[in-house]
Design a protein. Structure first.
Length: 586
């Protein structure tokens, strides 16, 4: 039966009427319910205010006879207005009730409306009453003389009449829905046989295809002409569906390729307006995902160098390639612009590659090789000079030979230390340095390091002290590697401090981390040098370039990061430096 257009129309029209009337009914009943409940609450509030004024004199004077009189008064008032009245003391004790024995009632301090009334002067609650076995609305008003609160007046009424009113509205809506559905059914039964013809199915099929439903097929033809039309229509539908599926497949494949490319892609028309751009391009040029299609290249990206090579490509019709450093983006970019030609110039394809990281790696490699060469050159030159001196006859002088051999041994030790630290730094940076973590009292470890370095500090007439916020501060760390970090930091502080100064080590808790600070009052570090002190081979004090390898802070930084912490430095020239690092607490 429901395969007939007539019954389908009836079904959908009736369903539509039911849905509309249901939505209308829900909105109407909800609005009416809220209005009725609001009116009821306002009524109870006004009556509670009147009762509060009547009961106020009995509460101001808390004599026992007043409490009995108040209960009698409340029962009388409740009978007159046919509402439940409850008078509650500030501590929640029921003083009077119009329907129950106040002395037998439980404490009402936990009732939500009473809490709100005592807190703000007004409280309202709707809930099921186990005493009366029905849903009630409670409105509570604080009893006050303008200066102090003496209790709470609570009015209560069942919301049965509100529910009855809403139910009557619902019944009327259901009746109206049934009547409307009956009229629609009769109208369709009368009109449909007159208007429906075989051509209607073809029309409906055309609409389904226009909406994108290419799977719909006409199954009936009717007369000869209608049958031929249906057959031609089905053939057209199949060919259109096949064509669109192929286009969609090709487009999805192209879109997937473009979105997964790491190179940025921009397509423009002959006027330089953007017709397509992928996410990689937006990322390279630091552009948020905004609508830029249809805009010119300069308007969308504000990059004159990129716009210039696009113009050259569109003007000459030849491929353009360039590399440039964008100052605003702080990136090194390679751009290739290829003309799109098909029976003339149709636009341009721009391919962007971010070479910033590659250039940075090349720069870092050159700097590292240069630094290693520089650091190795000095001790090797010294060894070479002393060896030649010994070969020229100085070896015959025992004192000179012994002195030179000691110096050569010192330079060899320095080279060995440098190679060892380079190896260690490489292992840490590559993640190959295994951490043997255990629970470590960082305060005790700091004290051990201070005791170890005390002789060196004494030689330079420096004082070492520690200040701990807690007696014990436990972290999960590799004891020896964190000891190495603390030694490096305190050793640096000793090296750059003047006589009669104090180097202080402190520790404290901050959230889930332990914070350790090493502070000296030495020569300090300039602002230009401060951002580089954790780089390998960097030495802020160029006058002392012959001391140390310049890798201590770099190793400290990577060891702290390997533990899941952070390290930072603050300094002021001539006033000292503070190096702070964090470690996760146990």
């Amino acid at each position: 039966m429901f395969r007939s257009i007539k019954w389908q129309i009836i079904f959908w029209f009736v369903l539509l009427i039911v849905i509309i009337m249901t939505v209308f009914g829900l909105l109407l009943t909800d609005s009416l319910r809220n209005t009725q409940l609001a009116n009821l609450a306002k009524q109870l509030e006004n009556e509670a205010l009147v009762v509060s004024q009547i009961c106020l004199p009995y509460l101001v004077d808390s004599a026992p006879e007043n409490s009995k009189s108040l209960d009698t008064l409340v029962k009388s008032l409740g009978k007159d207005i046919e509402e439940r009245i409850t008078i509650i003391a500030i501590d929640g004790t029921v003083i009077g009730d119009s329907e129950e024995d106040a002395g037998l009632m439980e404490n009402h301090s936990s009732r939500p409306e009473v809490k709100d009334a005592l807190a703000s002067g007004y409280g309202e609650s709707t809930r099921y009453s186990t005493t009366l076995n029905e849903k009630m609305m409670y409105v509570a008003i604080a009893i006050t003389d303008g200066e102090g609160v003496f209790g709470v007046t609570r009015m209560a009424l069942p919301i049965t009449h509100v529910n009855n009113f809403i139910n009557s509205i619902i019944n009327n809506i259901i009746l109206a829905t049934a009547v409307a559905a009956a009229f629609v059914i009769m109208a369709i039964l009368i009109i449909t046989p007159i208007t429906i013809r075989p051509i209607a199915e073809v029309t409906r099929a055309a609409r389904r295809i226009a909406d994108g439903d290419f799977d719909y097929k006409i199954t009936s033809g009717g007369s000869y002409e209608a049958g031929q039309l249906a057959k031609a229509f089905n053939e057209m539908r199949y060919k259109i569906k096949e064509m669109i599926e192929k286009i969609s497949s090709d487009r999805a494949e192209l879109s997937n390729i473009l979105e997964n490319m790491t190179d940025g892609i921009i397509m423009t028309d002959t006027d330089g307006n953007i017709t397509m751009v992928n996410n990689a391009c937006l990322k390279i040029l630091n552009v948020k995902d905004i609508e830029i299609t249809g805009k010119s290249l300069i308007e969308a990206f504000r990059d004159h160098q990129l716009n210039e090579i696009l113009r050259q490509c569109l003007n000459t019709g030849k491929q353009q390639t360039t590399q440039f450093e964008s100052i605003s983006l702080k990136k090194f970019i390679q751009a290739v612009v290829v003309p799109i030609q098909s029976e003339g110039l149709n636009g341009a394809l721009i391919i962007l590659q971010d070479l910033t990281e590659l250039k940075s790696l090349q720069t870092t490699r050159r700097e590292l090789i240069g630094n290693i060469s520089h650091e190795f050159r000095t001790p090797l030159a010294g060894i070479k000079a002393m060896t030649q001196t010994l070969q020229d006859g100085a070896i015959e002088d025992n004192d000179t030979a012994k002195d030179f051999l000691n110096r050569i041994e010192g330079e060899v030790d320095r080279l060995t230390q440098m190679v060892s630290e380079l190896t260690e730094l490489s292992r840490i940076e590559s993640g190959k340095a295994e951490l043997k973590t255990e629970i470590v009292d960082i305060n005790k470890l700091i004290e051990e390091v201070l005791l170890q370095l005390k002789p060196q500090a004494d030689r330079q007439k420096l004082a070492l002290k520690c200040e701990f916020k807690t007696g014990q501060l436990l972290v999960k760390a590799d004891r020896e590697r964190i000891r190495q970090v603390i030694i490096n930091l305190i050793h640096n502080a000793i090296k750059f401090s003047k006589e009669d100064q104090t180097i202080t080590a402190t520790s404290k808790k901050e959230g889930t981390y332990a914070v350790i600070e090493i502070t000296d009052r030495g020569i300090g570090i300039s602002k230009d040098d401060l951002s580089h002190i954790f780089e390998r081979f960097y030495k802020a004090d160029k006058s002392r370039s012959g001391q140390g390898t310049g890798m201590g802070l770099a190793i400290a930084k990577h060891l702290v990061k390997a533990h899941g912490g952070t390290i930072s430095a603050t300094s002021e020239e001539g006033k000292g430096t503070t190096i702070a690092f964090t470690l996760p607490l146990v």
